[in-house]
Design a protein around this ligand. Sequence first.
Ligand code: CAA
Length: 694
Amino acid sequence: MSDIVRYDRIGDIAVLTADNPPVNALGHAVRVGLVTALDRAVADGARAVVLTCAGRTWHAGADIREFGKPPVDPWLPEVCNRTEACPLPVVAALHGTALGGGLEVAMGAHYRVAVPGTRVGLPEVHLGILPGAGGTQRLPRLAGLDASVDIITTGRHVPAAEALSLGILDRVAEGEPRALGLAFAQDLLAQGAGPRPTRDLPPPEPVDFDALYDRVLKKGRGQLSPATAVRAIQAACELPFEDGLARERALFNELMETDQRKGLIHAFFAERQVSKLPELEGVTARDCEHIGVIGGGTMGAGIATAALLAGLNVTLVEMSKDAAETAKGRIGGNLKGALKRGKITPEAFDHMMETALTLATGPEALTDADVIIEAVFEDMAVKKELFARLDQIARPGAVLATNTSYLDVNEIARATSRPEDVIGLHFFSPAHVMKLLEVVVADRTAPDVVATGFALGKALKKITVRAGVCDGFIGNRILSVYRAAADHMVLDGASPHQIDAALEAFGFAMGPFAVADLAGLDIGWANRKRLAPTRDPRERVPTYADKLCEAGHLGQKTGRGYYIYDGRNRTPNPDVLALIEAEREERGITPREFSDSEIQSTYLAAMVNEAAKVVGDGIARRPLDVDMVLLFGYGFPRYHGGPLKWADMQGLDKVLSKIRKLAETDSFFWQPAPLLEKLVAEGGSFDDLNRAVS
Ligand code: CAA
């Protein structure tokens, strides 16, 4: 027998302990171990069985690494069925996270107990699949329809107390899981209780599942797995148990074949891979307990909030007492949001505001800070002066970070006598909400300073991505190109509103013009002015948006931009169309029709092409780094995996042909990325590069 599942006999009770670090995933060896040990318990004359796991958690699911490979017996559904069919009462004793196949095995058992910190859930929809080992059939029998639809279609983790009240768990008690399981099994034996197969419980009454399916599909913004899971739950209510299992399996297999499944699993692993850099192996980060933040605007206050929420001490520097108080008000507002959502206690709020946060009116207050992050006006002269000053006052070894979005971090570093301590920490606004952090590594940044950037990102629970120095780093550099592609389509005949709608149909949370309205049209305006002096005359940059700004229409904050806003509702602004028409006329352009799919493929081609240049130039180390930037900073739909995963799934030759076709009319803008050409010539993929570098 495989020793991955240990067999112990405690009196009348057989205790099976799985030990497959780090998360006891139900890989092949564990499945074999479980069914073999169950048979042994019966043969051995045991009167009850306790299932438990060693280490930090109960089974956190099937082994995701086995997905896409041919299944090997015994499958997980069989493990669950054989557990349920065991003639002895089987108790699952849970701790940590009982997720996916983990919860399914527990539901195959006859009774479930857990320690208080346990969370249970069926998060398969986040991987583009549905629970495929009876979860959609057994959960409705235990927890009813509404709770099952909620748990299965959102994939949320359910705390033990709630799981107890829903009937998923039978007992929650303090203690060690194995002892808890044994105590429960002994109680069962004392009461003479036998097996209690979940399949024998009555299923919930059917409802209007077509309406439910439509609702869930709409909410998923194009994601298929939650809505498909509704059909499996429907089967639980309408079909005999075995037929329901067969239906679940058929739907599971269907989803397994989709690109959405591939995209979501890529995202799962890339999210964990992104902060693992070979160059940081064995490098120890410097201290990052005391954070200095210079500038208390939206960005500075957001960074300070994120640091306070992570339990760090923050000294916030503003120009004057009044400005510092205003910044404190912003931070207080942010933290109140966290308080309202139950993320922090009132005591923690008071501690953060009164003890962990210090206000100051000059950088001299930062002499003890471990990491100083400047979030002042985006102007090279201002930043250089500030860094020269910081060079004089910061303690030796302090990390000096700039939050610039575009400026040259090498030039900023040269304003100090310690360029090895200088780094870019590019947060995304609002910094206490957005999950992305770009760590911008300049030519002379020391490895332990890079490690500190990553350590800080981890403390702040950010997806932290390494970027090199260039205009816009990874994200904003790619954004400027796909945004330009959208602008070109507007000049040539599409409306901003049609483009937004097409991209929202692709799965983006918001189209680029709605995003511009949200950010403020003055940002793009300032950027266009900044780039104007060095702009190549062959670049096509529309001017109609400048006219909106000149008229004081800056997007959501003024109630009018590409759209007119009435509270949260938006309607297309007709003035924009008039301005666009006037510009087309001035440029002598005859507008043409664009289909939604042409808009999507052109926009994505621009994104992929620039992303490939960013990887080819070494600004991003791996394609997966770009994918994570676009997913966590720019609303790229997770179920497409990221632009480079999406490109792989489309076929790189297809994407390259599209770029070459577009180059026939604008060869300046559509210059194919050499890396893309090379991969197509060699028959390679971006995923090959991920594997090569990771
Ligand atoms: N299979 C394989 N590896 C897994 C895994 C799984 N189900 N879950 C986690 N891991 C790996 C991670 O990739 C990571 O590996 P590295 O250290 O090499 O990067 C390691 O375990 C630790 O994971 P985390 O870094 O995520 O640790 P955490 O403590 O932050 O989170 C967790 C733990 C909550 C369990 C989280 O890992 C998680 O959510 N895992 C996925 C759970 C899930 O989706 N389960 C359903 C699987 S699908 C299924 O079961 C199908 C079915 O119905 C038949």
